[in-house]
Write a protein that binds this ligand. Structure first.
Ligand code: G6P
Length: 505
């Protein structure tokens, strides 16, 4: 099994004398003002949360957009800040963007074009040439930062996500001989029919083929990517070997299901501070032993299927009067990308739905839906996981969904039921969840009913098996597999790849 230690060993042997640079849009730590005070928080991003333990284990530099209101005050002259703040383990290099760049590259191209294009959630993508131009510009800007940090030394650059589709090509064309580039695309890759709608498809594919290794969560996304390449650019896409050759350069395209630091999450969930938070939740929400608690924890995003959950709660109360006065569904919704109209509409929609369901069913002492717009810290989230009879992950489409894995990791008591959408990557691994089609109100309602009525022995059996899966395929496994693939492919001239594989076993 992969651990923090053997990932560290792999890097220090396989990538000896090679610098490790991670690039993502979202930074792992953000400094912001609350009133006059500066606080440092970890933003709500599955990606940032997943990569942080890896960087703690490996050290190196993480380059990201400095988006916090007090970010500039925390950095030195090189725009560096040592993180995590309490016991620094790696360097965060912040890149500054103008308002215009943030609007066009982040809100526009990344989140109004690529995000809806890649998720089959039936929100129409918006393609503006000015946004694409700015996306190019920002990818160039990050390339400059990478080249500066690399300083001509052998470097492994590990790029994250759909914000940087052009960066790999820019880096490969920069002429630096010792730069090895891998990228992980954290969201789905759409089927060919959907991808054809992207007006700059050829340039994007070419950009991504600058990678030595390109990862997706599941094989299906890899195959979609390979067929886009096959139809969209001059390259040889080998569907058997999962490789693309373009201009003599080979890109390995592989599935690497991302995960969490299971061990440390599971241990942290058992700490007294989590028990204290459970007590706080009980007090704040008036939860008592008579009540059945269901939970949902998400960024407020139209891919997550939040309105669908509220409708299912409503339907359940209609069909099963015995749950009236007894079922409480707590939805934590972290506001996200709020400058985009579709997200504003969604916010209004979930407010009015929660309000309507509560209006219909609530009594003086009970309401079925509690919607909280808060960014709960890890202990508070774990506390909620532990209080829940079931956790509802009803994503209409999701690359992986880390909430599902976090819920499982928190349940060291091997209790609780996970209800999980087929359309989340996690459903490929967590087959002991109650798998649902979130587009079917009936299916979701029935799954909640089953979850509530499931006998304890069955809950434990399912949870036990899911915990074994997440323990085995943890975040170190993910990073280890990406790096081993890279070592097998591109570093063979520089390091003894067999030695590295041996370390990883
Ligand atoms: C998804 C994306 C990440 C992103 C996260 C939060 O998980 O794959 O790249 O960081 O959403 O979204 P945000 O736009 O706030 O970074």
């Amino acid at each position: 099994m992969w651990t923090k230690q053997n990932l560290h060993d792999l890097i220090s042997s396989g990538l000896r004398d090679v610098q490790f640079i991670v690039v993502s849009n979202r930074e792992p730590y953000l400094h912001s003002y609350t009133g006059r005070e500066i606080v440092c928080i970890q933003p709500a991003s599955g990606l940032a949360a997943a990569l942080d333990p890896i960087m703690r284990a490996t050290g190196g530099t993480w380059i990201a957009h400095g988006a916090g209101s007090a970010d500039r005050l925390a950095v030195d002259a090189k725009n560096h800040v040592a993180v995590p703040p309490e016991s620094p383990k790696y360097t965060l290099r912040r890149v500054w963007l103008t308002k215009e760049q943030e609007n066009r590259y982040y809100y526009g191209l990344a989140n109004e074009a690529l995000w809806p294009l890649c998720h089959t959630a039936f929100t129409r993508p918006v393609f503006r040439p000015e946004d694409w131009q700015c996306y190019r510009e920002v990818n160039e800007l990050f390339a400059k930062a990478v080249i500066e940090e690399a300083g001509g030394q052998p470097t492994f650059v590990f790029i994250q996500d759909y914000h940087f589709g052009l960066l790999p090509r820019i880096l490969k064309d920069s002429g630096l001989p010792n730069m090895y580039v891998a990228q992980f695309w954290h969201i789905p890759w759409p089927n060919q029919e959907a991808f054809r709608a992207f007006p700059w498809g050829e340039e994007l594919l070419d950009g991504l083929l600058g990678n030595d290794v390109l990862g997706f969560h599941i094989g299906y996304h890899c195959r979609n990517f390979l067929s886009a390449v096959d139809r969209g650019v001059e390259a040889r896409a080998d569907m058997e070997r999962f490789e693309v050759t373009r201009g003599g350069h080979v890109t390995a395209v592989r599935p690497f299901p991302i995960s969490i630091d299971f061990e440390s999450h599971s241990q942290a969930a058992a700490e007294p501070r989590v028990e204290a938070e459970m007590e706080r939740w009980r007090h704040e929400l008036g939860l008592n032993d008579e009540l059945i608690v269901g939970i949902g924890l998400d960024r407020i995003d139209y891919t997550k299927g939040i309105p669908e959950r509220f409708r299912a709660v409503d339907r359940l109360l209609e069909e099963h009067p015995e749950y009236r006065g007894r079922l409480v569904f707590v939805q934590i919704g972290v506001p996200s990308r709020v400058h985009i109209t579709r997200y504003k509409e969604l916010n209004d929609e979930i407010d009015s739905l929660a309000e309507a369901v509560n209006w219909k069913w609530s009594t003086d002492s009970w309401k079925p839906v509690i919607l909280l717009r808060e960014h709960a810290g890890p202990a508070r989230m774990m506390a909620l996981h532990r209080l829940a009879r079931f956790c509802l992950v009803s994503a209409l489409h999701d690359g992986m969904n880390m909430v599902a894995k976090e819920f499982v990791a928190s349940r060291f008591d091997e209790d609780g039921v996970l209800i999980l959408s087929y359309f989340a990557g996690a459903a490929h691994e967590l087959t002991d969840a109650l798998l649902i089609n979130p587009f079917s109100l009936e299916a979701m309602t029935e799954a909640i009913h089953l979850a509530i009525e499931m006998p304890e022995a069955e809950r434990q059996h399912r949870m036990h098996r899911m915990r074994a899966v997440v323990a085995e395929r943890n975040i170190y496994n993910w990073a280890g597999e990406v790096i081993s693939t890279l070592l097998r492919f591109d570093f063979t001239n520089h390091v003894d790849a067999k030695r590295c594989e041996a370390t990883a076993d």
